[in-house]
Design a protein around this ligand. Structure first.
Ligand code: ZN
Length: 318
């Protein structure tokens, strides 16, 4: 029998506080209100990965529709803001970033950044040049710069300014000005699900990498246990912030022209998310069961490649 990959649990008290889902929903609804007041919405008629128009209704949340492509199985929001940046450059997101992310910074570096660097070291042990694409508040760079020469790309300017000031790394805010054939490694943690034109992004990533360069991607897994069970109640289903819902099939389709998949695994918080939902809805008995058996259940799910986060390493072709 194949030996199970053990999972490293995370601290529920820090990562799944009371009101976890309702806080995310409240913030997302506020973003929707801002888009309503500003540029409004446009409709996507074909699959952003394979262009197919054969689509199936999948989930509706906050009156925004998410469909699935019958050809490549990609899930995507068909109602999206005319101007995507309105969803990010606003007071709601700024406050939520300060509240949700900054208070967990130290823990995130210790628990998650070290694990991510460790995964990268399996593929590149040199003092390589790394770009963290969509680096948010920069907590991954803060740790990664001990191992790699790091730069960051973050279009949200108040965050980019903060990182440049605090971490003293070169920051980019304009995707059009990013250098070509320059980086050995590009990391994208919880980024590609936010990007409108993912095909353009795949091409762009290819052009930025040096020969033989690698990419590490983390993104929600549409084929996960949590998505199947919780549907629109899943905290990763947040249109219009998450525009895309990938699985390994649609990711392979998106990147196949430019990259070879050299590593795929899932590592989820399926049971933690379900636990937080049941706890906050007063289902004491079930949430206690989930809490007690969290690691056993999540280990089974991750080893079945059904965890709600995908970790993908790609190598540049040619
Ligand atoms: Zn498709």
């Amino acid at each position: 029998m194949k030996k199970f990959k053990k999972i490293k649990p995370f601290d529920i008290k820090i990562m799944r506080k009371k009101g976890f889902h309702s806080t995310i929903n409240k913030d997302t609804l506020n973003v929707i209100k801002i888009v309503n007041k500003q540029s409004g919405w446009k409709k996507i008629n074909s699959c952003p990965v394979c262009n197919s128009k054969s689509l199936l209704e999948w989930i509706e949340k906050f009156s925004l529709r998410i469909k699935v492509c019958l050809k490549c199985s990609h899930g995507f929001c068909i109602d999206i803001p005319v101007n995507i940046s309105e969803a990010y450059e606003n007071k709601v997101q700024k406050l939520s970033y300060q509240g949700i992310y900054e208070e967990k910074r130290e823990y995130k570096i210790k628990r998650f950044a070290s694990e991510r660097v460790k995964l990268l070291r399996n593929f590149d042990k040199r003092n390589s040049l790394l770009l963290d694409y969509g680096c948010g508040s920069g907590w991954f760079i803060e740790h990664a710069k001990k191992f790699y020469r790091c730069e960051g790309y973050e279009p949200t300017t108040y965050m980019a300014d903060l990182i440049q000031k605090n971490l003293k790394v070169r920051m980019h805010t304009d995707a059009k000005k990013l250098p070509t054939k320059f980086y050995d490694i590009i990391t994208l943690f919880d980024v590609i699900e936010h990007v409108e034109d993912v095909k353009l992004m795949a091409k762009k990533l290819y052009s930025m990498l040096k020969k033989g360069g690698i990419i590490l991607i983390f993104t929600p897994n549409k084929d996960s246990f949590a998505f199947d069970l919780m549907k629109e109640n899943q905290n990763l289903v947040i249109p219009p912030l998450h525009l895309h819902y990938f699985n390994i099939k649609s990711l392979s389709k998106l990147f196949d022209r430019y990259f070879k998949v050299i590593h795929f695994e899932t590592s989820g918080a399926d049971i933690a998310d379900l636990f937080a939902y049941e706890r906050d809805h007063g289902n004491k008995r079930f949430s206690q069961f989930l809490s007690k058996n969290m690691n056993t259940l999540q280990t089974l799910i991750d080893n079945s490649e059904r965890g709600n986060h995908i970790r993908l390493v790609l190598k540049k072709r040619g």
